[in-house]
Structures are given as structure tokens and as C-alpha cells.
Design a protein. Structure first.
Length: 641
């Protein structure tokens, strides 16, 4: 149930249409910034010589477990986010492979900063018009969520003070860092998380903008511009999970909130809109709570209220010697159920905080009686905690330790609602909404890395990459590709392979069509084209270029290669039954088709060409080039006419 809220100044700053709520972002004082995290496509990892390839967890050859604990900074301070993380007791399991080493396991000191990764980072800095630092120092960033075996992430400032242009104006680039990628989360279960080490240590650049973004649309535009510049290097990884966007959002009466893990560029504008809506609602709730002189009461054990309950969750908890903890929320009536984002309420926020400590969720009186909890039990609950008609109560049912910790987290978050919008880190959901992740980290989690020496850059040999927009223009003017094909290949993940093919003398239009349309069609037909290497595809293109394979045979040959990637392209031609035919054999096959359809040719003349062309190509089964077949067929029909 969503209650009707009291009017406030914030409410007056939005206009409602039939379907959507739009805000005057300037009046709200929207300020947003981006942090773009992009994996680099280097040969080796950032601090060791292991390859940067992805592995199937089933291929793991060993595993080990760790427990991580927070450490203080050089000034003796303890980061708030790390402290909260440490209170969630979990075991971390790590899967290792024949492609990982002791550095990933934190059993060997890191090696020197990878030179290839440095050069790519400097290229990116150049494209962003940034000033490289004189000397780069590796720092440790405290991270104890298990994603790093060492309990910290190594990060290096590469450049500062850049800029990009958007349709709404310039956006400053604060800094560019070169970091090691975290381990990949594979599975999470009660009290334990499994990570894979194949991703840990892959070079990663982090690009942070200044808080110059003033609308959701500008946030989207800025992310797209940065993404284009990154891909222009030709040295970044592509695919799901290789690029992630964090979005920092605040409004004047709200607070800075960092939203982590936005993987789709086209979701950024919706993320910003949804966060603005959440903060507007929280400010409105705060206004009403202050008007009601709201307060959060002491946590109480109210298990006796539910001795004979019909609630399955509570009954089973009490049967297992658990307890029901209650958090009195004085003045919160009808506000806990207030919707902040689609299907997410203030009660959902309280539940997110409780879930950090192992609670399955919470009950609250804005939604009761329900879930087997009766009206008489609700009335008894109100009496026990001394709550009235303007109040609400939140309940946590769990084992005593979990219930107490989770209830304390609920109480803390409810108190924050009275204070306003809390600064925090949130996780992005697929629908553009967000959920609580942890407190906003501070400077106390950074300290110097003593195992890696500083690096002085030599930027004299760094070449400025060609922008993708410039590449599209070159493909059109120099290679005669149409705009659509030029954009597909320039922005696609096989752009470097296309450049190699063209340098080898392969027809640009054929190469681009194969790497875009042909592979896409085969993938849709269930052919595992992702198993093909660049060498496979180049070999097929070379056979066509040398007139040893008709273009019409490319699909069957590629299919045979995916069935057995160890065979050569020439062997795949044989396996597909597409060994080339001579011109005399083509002519004989075409004459046979014309003679079988003599009556149609006599009646229609050259109008019969299209139908006979398909039959002739089918008879040759891709063994002959379509242009050759077409020329001979036209000649044969003309002679008969």
C-alpha cells in the first residue's frame, strides 16, 4: 500500500503526465558524475605474466579459502564501508587454473606494472585531453568483499584534468587510473562466496568525470562519448562485463549516492532518473517525519506476541529457537510503505539493510495484517512496544544473533530517514532501480603499495589513436563502404581483424560483410562462431580472395570449422564438399539447368533469369562464385533466345 504524502516544496518541482513523472532537474539541483571501468585487451595481466583469457569454472585445477579483515590506514583510520563489510562473516573460496599463478593467490609479490597496459592507458589519456602525471605510484585500495585475495585492489593514477564534449556542453574528466580487475563472483551461498581467479588482475582503466552532468540525457551522452573513445584504441575488451559504469547522483536537498555496476550504456539515463525520484521521495518523507516529530525506539524481543501465530516464517523461526525482534518507528505510519521507485519502498530499503546480516527480510505494519499475521497480533504488537495510530513497527524473525544485528541495521536506516537522504553505495538492478550495497567509502581505504616501484612515463612514443568517427569516414572515402557497413565494422569487436584483412589485400566490402552480416546470420542459426579465431576467419577470406572458394561457400565452411576448430580452412572446404570447380564444369551445369527449363526460357526470355539463377547455384552447391555463374547463365539464355 502506498500512502498519500504531505505536500512539500520538493513535490512542487515535478510535473506528472499520464505515464511518467518528469522533474525540473535544474530546480532540484541535480549533480551527476560517472566512473567508467573498462578492461584492457592486453596479452598479460597488470602485475604478472598470466594471460587475460576467460575460463570456465569447470576447468579449475585447484581452490583455496580465505577470511578477510579490515586494516587501518596510515593515519590509523578505519574505513566505514570496510568495517560494515567485516561484520558480515563469510568464507571466500577461490578457483584457480593452469592460467593463473601465485600473484593472483596473493602468495607472491606483484611484478612490475605491465608496459602494454601503461601505453594503452596513456593513449586513452591523450584521447581525453588529459595531462599524464610525472611519476605513477601504485596505491592499495581496501576491499574486503572477497573480490581480491589480498583484501585490497591496486590502483595507479595515470593522468588528470581532461574534457569531453556532449550536446549539453563540456564535461570535465577528473582522473584516469590504471587498476587490476577484481575476481569474478561465481556463486553465493549461506556464509560463503566462490570467486574465479581468471579475471583477477586483468588491466582495467577507471575514468572519473567531474560532477558537471546536469540531466539524465547528458549522463547518457557522456558515457557514450567515453565509450567511443575507449573503443577507438582497439585495445579494450568487448562483451558483457568488460565495461561497467558507476553513476554518482545527488540533488540539492539530498546526498551523494554512488550507484555501482551499470553494465548497459543505454540504462544510464534511466538510472539517474530513478535515483532522482528516490531522493525526491526520501526528502518528502523526511519533511513529513520531522512534522510528526518522529523517532526510532529501542529494539525489543516480541516473540511472545506470536506464540500461536499462523505465519509460517515466524512459526518456523520460533520452533528453531529463533526470536522476533521489533523496531518501533514512532511517527512512521504509512511512510514505511511509501514507494520510492517502482516496486521499491522505504520498507524495501529497511529490508536491504537487514539482509546484509543474513535476515531473509522484514515485516512492517504498513503491510499488516498479512502473511499469516493477524489483526489481533498487530494490536498486541502495538501494545507491547507502546506504539500508537501514527506509528509503525518493523519486525525481523531470525536466530537471535542475526535478528539483533538485522534489527539494529533497520533502526539505523530508519533514523537516517529522519535525517534525510543518506550517503551510500547502491547496486544497480536490471530495471533501473537500485538497492543498498554498503556505506560510501572514504579516503581511509587508500594507502601506498610498497611492493611495486614507481613508474616514470615516456610519452614520446605514444601514438594518438584514430577516433571511430574518423575511421567510419575513412572506410567510406577510402574503402568505398556504405555508411551502415562502415559503422558496423568500425564500432564492432572485429575492427582490428578487418584492418588486418584489408592490409592483406582482401576486398574490403567482402571482409566487412563476412565479419558483420555473415557471422551474425550464422550465430542466429545456432553456429558457434564465437569459437573461431582470427586466423580461422582470415584463412577463409584468403581462400575466397585466391578464387579457391566461392563466396557462397563461406557459410558452410565456417560451420565446418566450428564443428572442429583444429582443422584448417582448406580441410573445412573439403569437409563441406566445396572444392572448387572449373569454368567448363560451371558452364556444363548451367547449360543443363537451361535445357531442363527450355520451355520457360522460350516463353519468358531473360525474365527467366532470376528463377534459373537460384537453381544453378543450388546445383553447384556453393562451389562456384555467383558472379561467374551469373555471367555464364546470361550468356547461355541469350544464345537460346
Amino acid at each position: 500500500m502506498t500512502a498519500t504524502s504531505a505536500n512539500s516544496d520538493v513535490d512542487s518541482e515535478k510535473t506528472t503526465t499520464d505515464d511518467d513523472t518528469e522533474y525540473d532537474y535544474a530546480d532540484l539541483g541535480l549533480v551527476a558524475g560517472l566512473e567508467i571501468h573498462q578492461q584492457l585487451n592486453t596479452e598479460t595481466k597488470l602485475f604478472c605474466e598470466c594471460p587475460t583469457q576467460s575460463r570456465d569454472p569447470e576447468a579449475a585445477t585447484y581452490s583455496f579459502t580465505r577470511y578477510l579483515h579490515p586494516t587501518t590506514s596510515e593515519l590509523g583510520e578505519l574505513d566505514k564501508a570496510a568495517l560494515e563489510e567485516s561484520q558480515v562473516k563469510r568464507e571466500f573460496e577461490y578457483l584457480g587454473y593452469d592460467s593463473t599463478c601465485l600473484v593472483e593467490a596473493d602468495e607472491e609479490p606483484p611484478h612490475r606494472l605491465d608496459t602494454e597496459a601503461q601505453n594503452v592507458a596513456l593513449q586513452i589519456a591523450d584521447l581525453l585531453e588529459m595531462e599524464p602525471v610525472d611519476q605513477a605510484h601504485v596505491m592499495r585500495k581496501l576491499v574486503i568483499d572477497g573480490s581480491n585475495t589480498s583484501g585490497f585492489q591496486r590502483s595507479t593514477l595515470i593522468a588528470q584534468d581532461g574534457t569531453i564534449q556532449t550536446d549539453a556542453g563540456a564535461v570535465g574528466i577528473e582522473d584516469l587510473l590504471l587498476e587490476e580487475e577484481s575476481a569474478q563472483r561465481i556463486e553465493e551461498r549461506d556464509g560463503a562466496v566462490t570467486f574465479s581467479l581468471d579475471r583477477l588482475g586483468i588491466p582495467l582503466v577507471e575514468i572519473g568525470t567531474r560532477p558537471d552532468i546536469a540531466t539524465p540525457e547528458q549522463a547518457q551522452d557522456a558515457a557514450e562519448q567515453i565509450g567511443m573513445l575507449l573503443r577507438s584504441t582497439g585495445s579494450v575488451k568487448r562483451g558483457l562485463g568488460t565495461i561497467r559504469q558507476d553513476v554518482n547522483v545527488s540533488i540539492a536537498e539530498g546526498a551523494r549516492v554512488e550507484i555501482k555496476g551499470v553494465q548497459a550504456l543505454d540504462q544510464i539515463d534511466e538510472i539517474v532518473r530513478q535515483e532522482v525520484a528516490r531522493q525526491v521521495e526520501l526528502v518528502d518523507i523526511q519533511t513529513e517525519l520531522l512534522r510528526r516529530d518522529a523517532d526510532v525506539g529501542e529494539i525489543q524481543d516480541v516473540s511472545t506476541v506470536f506464540t500461536d501465530t499462523d505465519s509460517g516464517v515466524i512459526a518456523s523461526t520460533l520452533a528453531d529457537d529463533g526470536m522476533v525482534a521489533a523496531v518501533p518507528l514512532y511517527g512512521f505510519d504509512r511512510l514505511v510503505g511509501r514507494e520510492l521507485q517502482p516496486d521499491r519502498r522505504l520498507g524495501t530499503e529497511l529490508s536491504d539493510h537487514a539482509g546484509r546480516y543474513g535476515a531473509g527480510g522484514i515485516f512492517h505494519t504498513d503491510e499488516l495484517p498479512a502473511y499469516g499475521i493477524s489483526e489481533s497480533e498487530v494490536n498486541s504488537l502495538y501494545n507491547v512496544v507502546d506504539a500508537g495510530e501514527n506509528d509503525a513497527v518493523a519486525l525481523v524473525a531470525a536466530d537471535p544473533e542475526t535478528a539483533e544485528q538485522a534489527a539494529a541495521a533497520v533502526a539505523e536506516r530508519a533514523a537516517d530517514a529522519i535525517s534525510g537522504v543518506p550517503e551510500e553505495t547502491r547496486d544497480a538492478n536490471d530495471d533501473g532501480t537500485t538497492r543498498y550495497l554498503r556505506p560510501l567509502p572514504g579516503a581511509a581505504r587508500m594507502y601506498p603499495e610498497t611492493d611495486v616501484p614507481p613508474v616514470t612515463f615516456d610519452i614520446g612514443d605514444i601514438e594518438t589513436p584514430e577516433l571511430l568517427t574518423e575511421r567510419v569516414e575513412r572506410y567510406q572515402s577510402k574503402l568505398n563502404l556504405d555508411l551502415g557497413l562502415a559503422e558496423q565494422i568500425a564500432y564492432g569487436r572485429r575492427m582490428s581483424l578487418f584492418e588486418t584483412a584489408v592490409d592483406m589485400g582482401i576486398d574490403p566490402t567482402f571482409a566487412a560483410s563476412l565479419l558483420t552480416a555473415t557471422l551474425t546470420e550464422l550465430r542466429r542459426d545456432g553456429v558457434a562462431v564465437e569459437t573461431l579465431t582470427d586466423d580461422h576467419l582470415l584463412s577463409v577470406m584468403q581462400l575466397v580472395s585466391a578464387d579457391e572458394l566461392a563466396k557462397e561457400g563461406v557459410g558452410p565452411v565456417i560451420t565446418k570449422l566450428t564443428e572442429d576448430p583444429t582443422r584448417s580452412a582448406a580441410d573445412a572446404v573439403e569437409a563441406a564438399g566445396l572444392s572448387g570447380v572449373s569454368e567448363s564444369e560451371v558452364r556444363s551445369a548451367v547449360i543443363d539447368v537451361v535445357e531442363r527449363n527450355a520451355e520457360q526460357v522460350d516463353e519468358e526470355g531473360m525474365a527467366a533469369f532470376s528463377a534459373l539463377m537460384g537453381e544453378a547455384m543450388g546445383a553447384l552447391r556453393g562451389k562456384a562464385d555467383g558472379e561467374v555463374v551469373s555471367d555464364i547463365l546470361r550468356e547461355t539464355i541469350q544464345k537460346r533466345i
